[in-house]
Design a protein around this ligand. Structure first.
Ligand SMILES: [Zn+2]
Length: 308
């Protein structure tokens, strides 16, 4: 089924609480944006809501745009069914095929971490870089890989999912590590997510603080909070060095709440050389440009200019 070939790209961020659509013109400029609440527990109503947003965008543009969707979870290449979505009524559905039928054009779908990476690689912090790793440091730790402007989407649809690898080069006091929901202890996510930083700080100091409070108190000179951020940066350096050794990206763009810690961009590149198997490291560590808009923007970029 063809896309639209009008030069307009529609990106849809399908989340558990809201569905947002964004229309970009051929130059990447925003032309239309609309947001609705996600129908709860109702797959058919969700399809209908997406179709209505697409119709509204088409009408506003006076043309049919290509359609890309970002959503938690992934489409199984083997079955074509969505899995791992936190909107459980979506799991096990042929959302791509069903949407194509309802809106009458080809649809591309990928997960929200891939959308983040693609958004930043296309016209964000990683613009112009050939290989971009988008690393999300938030409630969880995820990631996506973009090569030459395209999302790397392997047979298991998990490329970039580094959060559930073990923290590399662990010290004795980091083994076996905290339990993780995935079933294994000591995952990168258990150290580098927001809850991971908070747990580590509590373990060492006995204080229960939010991530924001740890960062603010560190800025005011609190020794315990400073030490927690030093441990965090060193672990992030190890985790990213491990990734650089495998992927060797031109740029790593950080997203998620912890990407707002500005010191990371200065300190971590000074640390990661100890573990990168090279005499120098030219990989750039960059703060994201588009923030919360990466979901819709990355979804829109799923169709390259030649096909949109
Ligand atoms: Zn895990």
């Amino acid at each position: 089924m063809p896309a639209a070939h009008t030069g307009f790209r529609l990106g849809i961020d399908l989340g558990g609480t809201k569905i947002e659509i964004l229309a970009l013109d051929a130059q990447g400029g925003e032309r239309f944006r609309q947001r609705v609440a996600t129908p709860q527990g109702d797959y058919d109503a969700t399809l209908h809501a997406i179709a209505t947003l697409v119709q509204n965008a088409d009408r506003a543009l006076g043309a049919r745009g290509s359609v890309g969707i970002g959503t938690p979870g992934s489409i199984s290449r083997a079955t074509g069914l969505l899995r791992g979505s936190n909107s459980v009524c979506m799991n096990g559905q042929s959302i791509q095929r069903d949407l194509e039928r309802v809106i009458g054009r080809a649809v591309r779908i990928t997960n929200d971490a891939n959308c983040f990476a693609l958004s930043e690689a296309s016209d964000g912090a990683g613009r112009g870089a050939d290989v971009v790793f988008g690393a999300i440091l938030g409630t969880g730790v995820g990631g996506g890989v973009v090569v030459g402007g395209r999302v790397l989407d392997g047979p298991n649809a998990i490329a970039g999912e580094w959060g559930h690898n073990p923290l590399p080069w662990p010290r004795d006091d980091e083994r076996p590590g905290a339990p993780c929901f995935c079933g294994h202890p000591g995952c990168i996510e258990t150290f580098l997510s927001g809850p991971g930083l908070q747990r580590d700080h509590h373990l060492v100091t006995g204080q229960t603080l939010t991530t924001r409070a740890i960062v603010e108190r560190a800025a005011q000179g609190d020794a315990g909070c400073i030490a927690s951020l030093v441990r965090y940066e060193e672990r992030l350096g190890r985790a990213l060095a491990h990734l650089i050794n495998i992927l060797d990206p031109d740029a790593i763009v950080l997203g998620g709440g912890l990407s707002n810690i500005d010191a990371l961009y200065v300190d971590v590149p000074k640390l990661w050389g100890e573990w990168v198997f090279s005499d120098r490291v030219d990989t750039r560590l960059l703060k994201n440009v588009h923030g919360d808009a990466s979901g819709v923007r990355g979804a829109a970029w799923l169709w390259p200019a030649s096909q949109a």
